[in-house]
Ligand binder design. Structure first.
Ligand code: KIV
Ligand code: ZN
Length: 517
């Protein structure tokens, strides 16, 4: 179908709001890898982070600004001088840059969180927008909690923000409270009511607390919004944000209804989803639209017969259009470095650094020794291994021996290494994984609480790689660890160590919306 001429700007906030999901924090090199795949997707704007939050966040935004050329790099800033200055410095190297500033406008947020009057909120917003001009003319303003703000006040602050120089006005449904008809109507009335609304692009940022983030965003698009803020896999604070893949594919599939289209290269959607899932340790549910393992699987005989006769009987999109490749058996024990590099690039992972390729090649050979047949999904899993193991402060797993039979208590012996020192311990446990975790804990002494443990198989068959996700918490800091191996006890030990290493490296991060001083 012909696409429509009006442009819908895709603003991806996986690296900022997505990172606010519990445990989804990423290090600088992981963020850069995600930014690169977002650039391949042709995302218009990448919200790369909140630079005042921590040194790591600043560095990530700076790094992404230095390396990404085809997307605008945006940094978030509360309406405060120090936030704006940090954002401005972090985006300096970018070819195209934006600063996104926000302040809450709902009665409950202004009274209980900010302790500010309406007039104070308006003047703070204006002052901040003017300050941003020192750094960039691409200025986005969000009245936080717009979905619960009083309409006349919202109109007033938006008019003033545009007058002060904001050229994108983002309407956040911060707590995911709105429903599609109401939210679409809000956007329509704002565009109609604000006298200078033609000087800005209206954007929406919807949270998924009631499962309506995508529906609300699309309703806003039908009513005049021309930017949608979204994340890969719908990652984000609490129940998440609108999912990029669902927004983009709905608009593309229903060009008979939507008066606009995106410039997203949809073939990179599935690789992007897999990368984000494996880096953050948030698995994708099998029945998730577009990127879930079952999204294009036809279980029932009737459907299979129909699809074989004529694909459109039961399919409204082509799996290949969103980047589902046949999970090809591509490599084996005898494949060389070049074959690995080529296939990795075909499935969306460009490896330019020869050291990185050597490390991956070694992991690939080790896996091929055990598994013989290596599929694309095995490669996705290999590549996702956390980079925490590269630090000298990190524990590495040297060996694990676990014994479990039906007559005795499971038992585990562990050998770890950190900064050229080795550590050994042993423990019994309620199961082999429990025994391994207890043995590790004796060495690392993290005193953390296990919040989540899950195992997924990467490919079919009993020799498949098992991918384990572990989430641990200590003093309010939450991290996810991931590990994969054909032996799930080893995968579990790797995931636990990955989480421990992340916990040890994690610095206190300022939360943009909760720490408002
Ligand atoms: O949900 C929200 O309101 C936000 C703002 C910072 C835009 O994330
Ligand atoms: Zn948000």
């Amino acid at each position: 179908m012909e696409s429509n001429s009006d442009k819908l700007v895709i603003f991806d906030t996986t690296l900022r709001d997505g990172e606010q999901s519990p445990g989804a924090s990423m290090n600088v090199s992981e963020k850069l890898r995600i930014a690169k795949i977002l650039e391949k997707l042709n995302v218009d704007v990448i919200e790369a982070g909140f630079p005042i939050a921590s040194k790591g966040d600043f560095e990530a935004v700076f790094n992404i600004s230095s390396n990404i050329k085809n997307s605008t790099i945006c940094a978030l800033a509360r309406a405060m001088d120090k936030d704006i200055d940090a954002a401005g410095e972090a985006i300096k190297p970018a070819e195209s840059s934006r600063i996104h500033t926000f302040i809450a406008t709902s009665e409950i947020h202004m009274q209980k969180k900010l302790n500010m009057s309406k007039d104070e909120v308006v003047s703070q917003a204006i002052k901040s927008i003017k300050r941003i001009k020192k750094y960039t003319n691409d200025i986005e303003f969000s009245p936080e909690d717009a979905g619960r703000s009083e309409f006349d006040f919202l109109s007033r602050i938006i008019e003033k923000a545009i007058d002060a120089g904001a050229n994108t006005i983002n309407i956040p449904d911060t707590v995911g409270y709105n429903i599609p008809e109401q939210f679409g109507d809000l956007v329509k009335r704002l565009i109609h009511n604000v006298p200078n609304s033609d000087k800005a692009i209206f954007s929406v940022h919807c949270h998924n607390d009631l499962g309506l983030a995508v529906a609300n965003s699309l309703s806003a698009v039908m009513n005049g919004a021309r930017q949608v803020e979204c994340t890969i896999n719908g990652l984000g604070e609490r129940a998440g944000n609108a999912s990029l893949e669902e927004v983009v594919m709905t608009v593309k599939t229903r060009q008979d209804i939507f008066p606009c289209d995106t410039r997203i290269n949809t073939k990179h959607i599935v690789p992007a989803s897999k990368l984000v899932s494996s880096i953050t340790g948030f698995p994708v549910q099998p029945n998730k639209a577009i990127v879930g393992a079952n999204a294009f699987a036809h279980e029932s005989g009737i459907h299979q017969d129909g699809v074989l006769k004529h694909r459109e009987t039961y399919e409204i999109m082509k799996a290949q259009d969103v980047g589902w490749l046949e999970n090809k058996l591509v490599l084996g024990k005898h494949s060389g470095r070049n074959a690995l590099k080529t296939r990795l690039s075909e499935i969306g992972h460009e490896i330019k650094d020869s050291n990185e390729l050597n490390i991956l090649f070694k992991k690939f050979k080790d896996l091929a020794d055990i598994k013989h047949e290596i599929y694309d999904d095995d490669l996705h899993s290999l590549i996702s291994n956390s980079s925490s193991e590269e630090s000298s402060l990190a524990y590495n797993l040297v060996n694990i021996r676990s014994i479990s039979d039906s007559k005795s208590e499971p038992y585990s012996e562990i050998m770890l290494e950190k900064n050229n020192k080795s550590f050994e311990s042993k423990s019994n446990g309620g199961g082999p994984v429990d025994a391994a975790f207890k043995a590790i804990e004796k060495i690392v002494g993290s005193n953390s609480k296990l919040q989540l443990y899950s195992v997924n198989n990467i490919t079919d068959g009993t020799d498949s790689l098992g991918e384990v996700t572990v989430r641990i918490e200590k003093k309010g800091i939450i991290v996810n660890g991931i590990g994969s191996d054909t032996d799930i006890v080893i995968a579990s030990a790797k995931a636990y160590l990955d989480a421990i290493n992340k916990l040890n490296m994690k610095e206190k991060i300022v939360h943009p919306q909760l720490d408002h001083v």
